[in-house]
Each structure stands twice: as C-alpha cells, then as structure tokens.
Design a protein around this ligand. Structure first.
Ligand SMILES: C[S@@+](CC[C@H](N)C(=O)[O-])C[C@H]1O[C@@H](n2cnc3c(N)ncnc32)[C@H](O)[C@@H]1O
Length: 267
C-alpha cells in the first residue's frame, strides 16, 4: 500500500519531465515569469541557484545576462536538453533531489520556479527542502519561488470527466488532448492525467501530481522553517494578491540571518 502511494507521487513528479522537447514546446508562450526572474537575478548580481531548473527555460535567459547559474534537477532528460543548449553561458548543473543535494556554497538568490515547490508532497518533504535552501542562501539573500494558487474549480472536478483542450504537438505530430483531475483532499494533492490522443496509434497518459498549498498554510510552513515572507505578489507583474490570483510569487528572507552567517563562518 505504502509503495503504491510513493509510486503515484514519484511518477507524478517525473513523468511530465521525461520529454524535454515536448515540455519546451508546450510552455513556449510562458514568458512573463522569465522576464521576472531575469530581473530578480540581475538585481541580485548573482550567482543564482535554481531548484527545478529543468531544460533551462529560466536558467538560460538568466545566464545570458551574464549571471552565473547553478541548476539542480532530478530529471536526466531535462538536464540533457539544458546541456545541449549551452554555448558559453556560465551554467552548472547538478542532477539530484532538491530535498537532498548539498552544494556547500551560498547564493544571494535562490529560486524554485514554476510550481517546482508543488512536488513537495509532505511536511517532511517541505522541511527537508527548506533546510537545503537555508544552507544555500547568504545571510541576507532572497529565496524566491512561485506556486499556483489552489483553484476551487479544479479541486471540485469529477475524476471520471475528461476536459477537452486544444490539440498539442508531440514529436511534431498533432495529438488530441484532454485532462482529468482527481483531488485527494486528505493529502492535498491534485492528480492530473494528461491524455494524448493521436489520430493513429495508441492513446497515452502522462500523470502529474501537484501538492496544493493554501497561502496561510504556506506562510506557516515558511515561518516555522526559518523564513519570513518579505513580499507576496499575485503574479509576475507585481499584481496584488486577491481571489482571482493564479500565481503566488513569494520573496522570502531568513529570519535569523546573523545566526546563519555565524554558522557559516565557523565552518
Ligand atoms: C515545472 S518544471 C520547472 C522547470 C523550469 N524551472 C521551468 O520553469 O520551466 C519542474 C521541475 O522540477 C523538477 N523536479 C521535480 N521534483 C524534483 C525534486 N524532488 N528534485 C529535483 N528536481 C525536481 C522536474 O524534473 C522539473 O524539471
């Protein structure tokens, strides 16, 4: 039983990232967050640590502005695609689990972009990850991340119903596309089944599992793990947070910057 649950979450945090070319094509119009993170990176002066750097959708534009980036991701396919795009940018990648990787360096800006945080499913996952962020952040550095606001309509969807969306291209071939949503209110995990329907050949399904964090809960988790929220924006253009907010963009600081600096200097 336990293994089944783990498996469901493991594939829900990896299957969508196995086809890096599809990922890059699918999100090609998502550019507002890139501009936002590039501006934050330039303002910080770098270097930047990005958790869940994927195939470099955000890491590469940052590096192309002359800021050194270290990216951590557990997907071999995404990192291979990132490496293939590198020319002379200062990008280092480390394959591994963001809850565990220790780089033994600190950065003035640590990012966790585009819902990567939603792959932390349990309190233990969140605490392990935030401990890594604390270890990698300079005393007065910023930890910036964005997550989708839980959408009551998505959580209430009937699991057996398929929602048809625009056709997509997979490997250059047009596929019909639909999604099913199955929300587990106990674990607060939204399971999305992405269903691809080629005109010839077998349909296939890619699962995605996103933990749903409500804003008050997230603020408490940050608080009890050594962070204060310096700024909370309701989008990448500095929007206020309200009931229509789609993306929550957090800028956090360490609550005990001096203690953290002292620990560092003793090493
Ligand atoms: C939505 S993608 C974001 C990729 C990129 N930052 C972007 O904005 O396009 C989430 C990324 O997080 C990675 N990921 C998910 N869980 C992870 C974990 N536990 N450790 C490291 N990487 C993880 C996935 O492999 C994927 O590349």
């Amino acid at each position: 039983m336990r293994r089944g649950i783990d498996h469901e979450l493991r594939v829900g945090s990896s299957a969508h990232y196995e086809d890096a070319a599809y990922y890059a094509h699918n999100y090609r119009d998502r550019t507002e967050d890139i501009a936002y993170y590039v501006a934050r990176a330039v303002e910080s002066g770098g270097p930047v640590l990005e958790y869940g750097c994927g195939e470099g959708r955000i890491a590469l534009p940052i590096a192309r502005r002359g800021i050194a980036v270290t990216g951590v991701d557990h997907s071999a396919a995404m990192l291979a695609a990132l490496r293939a795009k590198l020319e002379d940018e200062d990008v280092r990648v480390r394959r591994g689990d963001m809850r565990a990787v220790k780089l033994r360096r600190r950065f003035p800006l640590v990012l966790c972009t585009f819902n990567t945080f939603l792959h932390l499913y349990t309190r233990d996952d969140v605490e392990r990850f935030l401990a890594r962020v604390r270890e990698h952040l300079t005393p007065r550095g910023s930890f910036v991340f964005d997550v989708s606001m839980p959408a009551p309509t998505d959580l209430a969807r009937e699991p057996s119903r398929a929602y048809k969306l625009k056709p997509v291209r997979v490997g250059g071939v047009k596929h019909g596309y639909q999604e099913r949503f199955d929300y587990d209110p106990i674990r607060q995990v939204l399971f999305v089944a992405m269903e691809f329907l080629p005109s010839a050949g077998e349909p296939f399904v890619t699962p995605l599992a996103h933990r749903q964090f409500f804003p008050q809960e997230l603020e408490a988790l940050l608080h009890y793990n050594g962070f204060r929220v310096e700024k909370l924006e309701g989008g990448f253009a500095g929007e206020a947070v309200d009931r229509h907010t789609d993306s929550l963009v957090y800028t956090c600081k360490l609550t005990q910057p001096r203690a953290s600096g002292a620990r560092r200097s003793r090493r």
